[in-house]
Design a protein around this ligand. Structure first.
Ligand code: ZN
Length: 322
């Protein structure tokens, strides 16, 4: 018995299977930064971390970073931290935006995937990729005082069986989140992973945890025979659906068309962090020199950003999409 894992192995038996699994974690923010550490400490020694962002001061209350990480890429800081916990583990990191163009390349060889993104469009992309390639994946989300967990296993229901489209939503940036919630929900995801790898348990329940009233609710998710993804095997998001931003009206203006009716009431918390005005058809939000206009029919215009990447980051930050 390896001394490092002796306590865990006393309880669940050999963790050889865990050590062999190649895991990818998409997102190294509040969820990803804790999840990666808990996975490693549980014996998942082959980890790939993908994140496009860097550490900022407002991250320190709910993400697993320190002041010495400020300004550095999250994926790099996390890789260093994990290697300091276990120098023999194989920890790879990629500082990039995961999208339909690079997903096959970045995730090739992966056996198990964790979503830690706070981004609906990326989740639909991961869902397409995992259903197509028969790879289990774990959905994780947090907002305010509530955490959400779902697990996909080949043959079971997928994300698109119960969420038909990636929608614009509140995010931790716009509505806030309790600092202790990421660690809790990350720990739950590790339990689900251990249950799958060691005990071959493939439960796809949707779990909702409320951290202020301590309640945990489980919902059965039914497979939809007409699901475009797992039913009809049409993988639209792998082909770039809803992804492309178009440049309009000059250098600093970008447009994204998300092809859905938008409910402005989801964005009321943005009033607390920037200037909001709205009428029947358009919701305007501005902060610093950036202005975002969301049209009820699904068009989003971003003004005042330097390039397409920045436009995508801004839409992801405030609307959980892109
Ligand atoms: Zn499905």
């Amino acid at each position: 018995m390896n001394k490092r894992y002796s306590r865990q192995e006393k309880f669940i038996g050999s963790i050889k299977k865990i050590k062999k699994i190649k895991v990818a974690i998409i997102g190294a923010g509040s969820i990803g930064s804790f999840l990666a550490e808990y996975l490693l400490r549980s014996g998942f020694e082959r980890l790939k971390i993908i994140d496009r962002d860097f550490v900022e001061i407002e991250n320190l209350c709910c993400q697993n970073y320190t002041e010495t990480d400020l300004g550095l890429p999250k994926a790099l800081c996390l890789q260093k931290k994990l290697q300091s916990i276990n120098k023999e583990a194989k920890i790879e990191y990629i500082v990039d935006d995961l999208n339909y163009k690079n997903i096959t390349n970045i995730l090739s060889g992966t056996n198990l995937l964790f979503d830690a993104t706070d981004n609906m469009l990326t989740r639909f992309l991961l869902n397409d990729y995992c259903v197509k390639n028969n790879i289990p994946w774990f959905y994780t989300a947090i907002l305010k005082d509530t955490g959400y967990s779902f697990a996909f296993f080949p043959g079971n229901a997928c994300l698109r069986c119960f969420i038909k489209k990636p929608i614009l939503t509140e995010t931790c940036e716009s509505a806030g989140v309790l600092s202790n919630l990421p660690a809790f929900i990350s720990s739950m995801q590790v339990s689900r992973a251990i249950n799958y790898v060691i005990f071959n348990k493939k439960d796809s329940d949707f779990i909702v945890f409320n951290s202020l009233d301590y309640s945990i609710k489980k919902f059965k998710v039914k497979k939809d025979k007409n699901c475009p993804c797992c039913g009809k095997k049409i993988f639209e998001y792998l082909n770039g659906k809803d992804y492309e931003l178009s440049k309009i009206c000059g250098k600093y203006v970008f447009q994204l068309n998300v092809d859905q009716k938008i409910d402005f009431s989801n964005f009321k918390n943005l009033e607390k962090i920037g200037k909001v005005t709205q009428n029947e058809n358009i919701f305007h939000f501005s902060k610093n020199n950036v202005k975002i206009s969301v049209f009820r029919n699904g068009r989003i215009i971003v003004k005042g950003v330097k390039d397409e990447n920045e436009a995508k980051k801004i839409i992801a930050k405030y609307f959980g999409f892109s």
